[in-house]
Design a protein around this ligand. Structure first.
Ligand code: FAD
Ligand code: MG
Length: 321
């Protein structure tokens, strides 16, 4: 962006995350309406409080189906479909494990192995029973819990984009703490930083220049704890019940819709670089930037954005060459 462009930033803390809105007009009232919209979705979808529509479903596990509002039903249906993809590492029924590990929350610890084995039996996404007729959700076993932590921010970022468009905003950006959605193309474009893992807050490996695109990053450095020299982060492998253990420090997805970005970061975590790049060959609308523990930056392809490497500790590789 040129130095003459005036950007107005508005911030809030919602969903336990720093929220940043950028506009090219000074409009506190509009910013308040955006934050209110996010809060409304948080109130419907959160699993970090005793009550929400998702918690109503969880509290009724093994007992009865619960009717929810259409947006909540649609999001759960989408999360179930992502869980059913072949070899998917995404699992909307991961809740009991997330609650037990408590990664990113007070009291996190490594659960005993037999407890993990037991909790895995409560994470069967085929036991999330959807009824399109009355938009109700039934969890077949007591103790099951839906967790939309890997998809809800992406969904909400898209709703904020739609709302801003409706309000006639041509250019803007919403960052829900790792989920960025952009509108339009300001002079010089949107430049989104690719965070340097385990570094200071502003440190960047490089930048992505985008236009009307979402940029979603999931990293092992975001929420984690260490025990006996081992790092435990918040992206769990639904096959083992433990944090995904592979070559990745982060995955960033560039796509039109942020919900796809949120789903695909989790899918890519499960696949790793090689299988992930192979899977993305069938999806030209979705591109990934993998940052490995060996300080490589691997681009699955780069048609939707332009990448600039800023940190020469890192080596850039294009999977297509
Ligand atoms: P992603 O990588 O996109 O997702 C990781 C998250 O998804 C995990 O934290 C877990 O919740 C879940 N998950 C883990 N493994 C899997 C898997 N294999 N498949 C599917 N899902 C998985 N944080 C707070 O600290 N306090 C709050 O009050 C709070 N409220 C929230 C309310 C809402 C509505 C939402 C959406 C999030 C809230 N959060 C809160 C943040 C939340 O706990 C997660 O940390 C966050 O959603 C992770 O997003 P991410 O993009 O960093 O990670
Ligand atoms: Mg995600």
């Amino acid at each position: 962006m040129s130095d003459t462009t005036r950007v107005y930033s508005y911030s809030a803390i919602l969903m336990g995350s720093p929220i940043l809105l950028k506009l090219f007009v000074h409009d506190e009232a509009l910013a308040s309406r955006v934050f209110r919209l996010i809060k409304q979705y948080e109130d419907l979808l959160t699993v970090n409080r005793a009550q929400s529509q998702v918690m109503d479903i969880n509290h009724a596990a093994g007992q009865r189906a619960v009717k929810v509002s259409s947006p909540v039903y649609a999001l759960i249906k989408c999360a179930k479909a992502a869980s059913e993809l072949p070899q998917s590492a995404f699992n909307l029924a991961i809740g009991p494990l997330v609650k037990r590990w408590r990664i990113g929350f007070k009291g996190d610890s490594v659960p005993p192995a037999d407890e993990i084995t037991h909790l895995l039996t409560l994470t069967r996404h085929d036991q999330v029973i959807l009824n399109d007729d009355d938009e109700s959700v039934f969890l077949a076993q007591p103790g099951m819990e839906i967790d939309l932590g890997a998809i809800a921010k992406g969904y909400i970022a898209d709703r904020v984009r739609d709302f801003l468009r409706q309000e006639g905003v041509a250019q803007g950006l919403i960052n829900l703490g790792g989920n960025v959605q952009t509108l339009g193309m300001p002079e010089g474009g949107w430049s989104i930083g690719l965070k340097k893992p385990f570094s200071t807050a502003g440190a960047m490996i490089g930048t992505l220049d985008v236009e009307n695109k979402s940029v979603v990053t999931s990293g092992v450095y975001e929420r984690f704890f260490e025990q006996d020299g081992q790092l435990y982060h918040h992206i769990l492998d639904p096959r083992t019940g433990y944090p995904v253990n592979n070559e990745l420090n982060s995955v960033t997805i560039v796509s039109t819709n942020s919900i796809d970005g949120d789903i695909w970061t989790t899918l890519m975590y499960g696949m790793g670089v090689e299988k992930g790049c192979a899977a993305l060959r069938a999806r030209p609308d979705i591109e990934a930037i993998f940052v490995t523990k060996k300080k490589e930056v691997v681009l699955s392809s780069a048609h939707l954005y332009r990448f600039t490497l800023l940190d020469n500790e890192y080596r850039l590789t294009d999977s297509t060459v």
